[in-house]
Write a protein that binds this ligand. Structure first.
Ligand SMILES: *[C@@H]1O[C@H](CO)[C@@H](O)[C@H](O)[C@H]1NC(C)=O
Ligand SMILES: *[C@@H]1O[C@H](CO)[C@@H](O)[C@H](O)[C@H]1NC(C)=O
Ligand SMILES: *[C@@H]1O[C@H](CO)[C@@H](O)[C@H](O)[C@H]1NC(C)=O
Ligand SMILES: *[C@@H]1O[C@H](CO)[C@@H](O)[C@H](O)[C@H]1NC(C)=O
Ligand SMILES: *[C@@H]1O[C@H](CO)[C@@H](O)[C@H](O)[C@H]1NC(C)=O
Ligand SMILES: *[C@@H]1O[C@H](CO)[C@@H](O)[C@H](O)[C@H]1NC(C)=O
Length: 494
């Protein structure tokens, strides 16, 4: 009764959340949250068509708001969903693991998110010295939470600086697989069906996309250019702005989503979704380490936050059958979107509970399109074609292990041995379509994931892939522009 009364105001405030198909209301019972994994997109940025791509004040505001919302859910002392044992005011660094690819927009997003998650602690952080003087740290107790560079291929390096995300994955078979999309019947059909549409909008973007680039081949970069202008440019300065009707804008966005979805995922060619496979392994490894730590061990890792590009969301959504819950998952997620995996239990925890049986633990999947806030909170969705959005740990790990890739061996097997870094005999050809399923982690989760797919491997492979694919290394300054104008030439097999 008490519970019903408590939930009611929230439900009244968010009627939309309860009506949307596929969405299930959040449970807020006597449940304990043991830990969580958040995968987050960056906030607003400038267009990819002009280098350097810059994180904007609006973007900072978005990720800061999102960080504040996650604080109110998982960190604040008065939250019903506070993560068990997590520090509320002064961050305990061992409880947190925050990563982002080496990319200015994503790194900055992660830093600002953390300012919302653990804001300046003010006088709480003041310290009294031996001589009696009290010292406050700078910026009113601003907290320094490290954002580590991602050391595996879940997210591309410099992803926001490049027009095409897979290019930085370091996985040659995945690059080849994505590239195959440009040889598919689906692609050629869409290319020809939309030719007139893209040409008709030339007056809007011919300064940036000449006639021979104004087509579905550049669906994402064209959409990105126009989308950014809708947020930042005074409409009177946009050439032929009258062509950009709501229906045109939604067509541009829909076509960009189709284009990117097909580069990120293909049901018969799982290696294309390598980013989602690696992420799945990272999620399992992180939640498993929380679950296996003694409940009372204060220093245990409890909250993992990874920033990454929309392409990784798409790869993961494809692999985990998110579109079975809602067709919306086929679309490019908005800036500052996040998905969360909550490790939860209804078991009673007392002060002498040492460990908790995996049988008593479940994982809940939550997603929010755009900035998380009280008005737009993350909602629970079922994955893996299931009915429930909260799955027993064993079911969750079994489903994730169907496509997780978390060891060097599995990664090399799926991606192909290009440089000789991978053990001999592990390579497979780009056309074999062999990938995800071979990478399953047998025991609940092998504890070695992540560290194994090292940056060295990725960086090493990348150099050769660029060569093999006939790409040129260009100065960062010119890279972005070139990719936008020349996207497919870069990836063509010829
Ligand atoms: C106490 O020590 C700090 C750090 O050495 C110094 O800055 C401060 O001036 C000292 N205060 C007094 C009253 O001596
Ligand atoms: C998915 O992969 C299969 C097999 O490689 C291919 O026939 C099909 O055209 C691909 N679909 C897309 C959209 O790339
Ligand atoms: C772009 O389109 C406008 C309007 O059709 C035209 O006046 C202009 O010459 C075009 N510019 C280029 C570079 O093609
Ligand atoms: C929007 O403004 C930027 C910066 O002034 C400019 O480079 C870009 O071409 C404009 N976009 C459109 C669609 O007019
Ligand atoms: C997020 O919103 C965009 C429109 O802004 C839409 O295209 C996309 O499908 C949405 N994705 C999800 C998962 O809701
Ligand atoms: C805990 O119990 C509540 C209320 O019955 C339920 O909604 C929730 O899904 C349960 N959580 C788990 C992890 O079983």
């Amino acid at each position: 009764m008490q519970l019903a009364l408590f939930l009611l105001p929230g439900a009244l405030l968010l009627p939309g959340a309860l009506l949307l198909p596929g969405a299930l209301p959040l449970a807020a019972a006597a449940e304990t949250v043991l830990g969580a994994y958040i995968f987050h997109r960056h906030g607003d940025r400038t267009t990819k068509s002009y280098s350097p791509v810059i994180f904007t004040p609006l973007g900072a505001e978005q990720v800061f708001s999102s960080g504040s919302w996650y604080r109110s859910r998982y960190v604040a002392a008065d939250s019903l969903s506070k993560i068990n044992g997590i520090a509320s005011d002064i961050a305990l660094l061992s409880q947190l693991a925050v990563t982002s690819p080496i990319d200015n927009v994503l790194q900055s997003s992660a830093q600002v998110f953390l300012q919302g998650l653990y804001p300046p602690a003010g006088s709480v952080s003041a310290q009294k010295l031996a001589n009696g003087t009290t010292v406050n740290s700078p910026l009113n107790g601003y907290q320094y939470i490290p954002v580590n560079a991602v050391t595996a291929a879940a997210s591309s390096k410099n992803s926001e600086e490049t027009g095409w995300l897979q290019g930085g994955s370091g996985c040659s078979n995945a690059v080849a697989s994505s590239n195959n999309y440009f040889y598919s019947t689906e692609y050629f059909t869409t290319l020809s069906n939309t030719q007139t549409f893209y040409q008709s909008l030339l007056p809007v973007y011919n300064t940036t996309f000449p006639a021979d680039k104004a087509n579905f081949k550049n669906a994402y970069t064209i959409y990105d250019y126009v989308h950014v202008s809708q947020i930042h440019n005074d409409s009177s300065t946009i050439p032929s702005n009258d062509l950009l009707t709501p229906s045109t804008l939604s067509q541009l966005s829909g076509l960009a989503s189709t284009h990117e979805w097909n580069l990120a995922y293909n049901i018969t060619d799982p290696v294309r979704a390598i980013a989602g496979s690696v992420l799945a392994a990272q999620i399992l490894q992180s939640l498993d380490s929380t679950l296996s730590a003694p409940i009372t061990k204060r220093s245990a890792q409890k909250l993992t936050i990874q920033f990454g590009p929309y392409g990784t969301f798409m790869s993961f959504f494809g692999l985990s059958q998110a579109p079975a819950a809602s067709d919306e998952f086929y679309g490019i997620v908005d800036y500052a979107s996040s998905m969360t995996f909550e490790l939860v239990t209804n078991a009673t925890l007392s002060s002498d509970t040492a460990t908790i049986s995996p049988d008593d633990v479940s994982v809940r999947f939550l997603f929010v399109n755009g900035t998380a806030s009280a008005a737009n909170p993350p909602r629970a969705f079922p994955l893996f074609g299931q009915k429930e959005s909260t799955l027993p740990w064993k079911t969750f790990t079994a489903e994730m292990n169907k496509f997780a890739i978390g060891t060097t061996e599995a990664w090399c097997h799926a991606c192909g041995d290009v440089l000789g870094t991978c053990p001999s005999g592990s390579s497979v050809s780009a056309q074999s379509g062999d990938g995800g399923s071979s990478g399953g982690i047998s025991r609940p989760v092998a504890g070695v994931i992540g560290a194994l797919v090292t940056l060295a491997v990725i960086l090493g492979l990348e150099g050769l892939i660029l060569l093999v694919a006939g790409l040129r290394l260009v100065k960062k300054k010119t890279l972005s522009k070139e990719i936008s104008n020349n996207e497919v030439a870069h990836t063509s097999k010829a």
